[in-house]
Design a protein around this ligand. Structure first.
Ligand SMILES: [Fe+2]
Ligand SMILES: [Fe+2]
Length: 133
């Protein structure tokens, strides 16, 4: 099952950033599938660790683009990134403590956790930094 489908609004017009957006969506969909199919919690945990690492480096890339462009919303966008990393870390901790209830929370929250940032903060970044051809 596909949790998050790619949407044009997820594209910033910066190829390296867009490539990572696609990869992150793929990774989230994969871990979601493993949860639905009751995969071994250790496998899910290691997928989540990979996602956490990829998201951290993705945020760093975006922040670099923002700084280079002197983007006005940099501080707020960076704060939101930090908030998102805290949120996923909390979900991962919950899952580690109790895979059964953690799984339910992840299944409910992962899609929003991801898509809301893409369609708000990242979309505004697109308006400023993306190519508009
Ligand atoms: Fe992003
Ligand atoms: Fe972002």
């Amino acid at each position: 099952m596909t949790l998050i489908k790619w949407q044009a609004s997820f594209s910033l017009g910066i190829p390296s950033v867009d490539h990572e957006h696609r990869e992150l969506i793929g990774a989230i969909n994969t871990v979601y599938d493993s949860m639905i199919n009751n995969a071994d919690p250790a496998i899910i945990e290691s997928c989540l660790e990979d996602i956490y690492a990829d998201v951290s480096s993705h945020f760093a890339l975006e922040e670099r683009h923002m700084r280079e462009a002197g983007y006005g919303e940099y501080e707020a966008h960076k704060e939101e990134h930090e908030e998102l990393l805290d949120q996923i870390r909390n979900m991962m901790d919950l899952f580690e403590e109790n895979p059964d209830s953690g799984r339910i929370i992840l299944q409910q929250e992962l899609s929003d956790w991801f898509s809301v940032h893409f369609s708000t903060f990242d979309a505004r970044l697109h308006d400023k930094l993306g190519d508009h051809h």
